[in-house]
Design a protein around this ligand. Structure first.
Ligand code: CA
Ligand code: CA
Ligand code: CA
Length: 115
């Protein structure tokens, strides 16, 4: 099965249902999320970072993340398909920048200049 991103809100899923090596099923599904807003209160705050970190801790412990699919998508701010401590740190960084009135973008947070 192949999962790919069509745009930031649309995910395509291609499945080789008859296992002959070519994909015949493509499902495009759109999940509306605000990146970083894990608890869906329309703000990116330290709470969201904590929830993402808790989800990661749950996964590490072999438990369910505790997030619904939309929340998982919102928590995966670097869009690598997994909610990890890096996402939690990026959310915290974003919040810190908002507090400093820097009007951050995820691009700046995830790919700072010089790195
Ligand atoms: Ca096939
Ligand atoms: Ca939030
Ligand atoms: Ca991630």
């Amino acid at each position: 099965m192949l999962i790919y991103e069509i745009d930031e809100r649309t995910i395509g899923i291609a499945a080789d249902t008859d296992q002959n090596g070519t994909y015949e099923t493509t499902i495009a599904e759109s999940i509306q999320v605000t990146l970083g807003d894990v608890n869906e209160d329309e703000e990116v705050t330290v709470d969201d970072a904590q929830i993402a970190l808790q989800a990661y801790t749950n996964l590490l412990a072999g438990k369910d993340s505790g997030l619904n699919p939309a929340q998982e998508k919102a928590a995966d701010v670097n869009i690598d398909g997994a909610v990890t401590v890096e996402d939690a740190q990026a959310i915290l960084q974003y919040y810190t920048n908002v507090l400093a009135k820097k009007d951050p973008t995820w691009e700046e947070i995830l790919h700072p200049e010089g790195e």
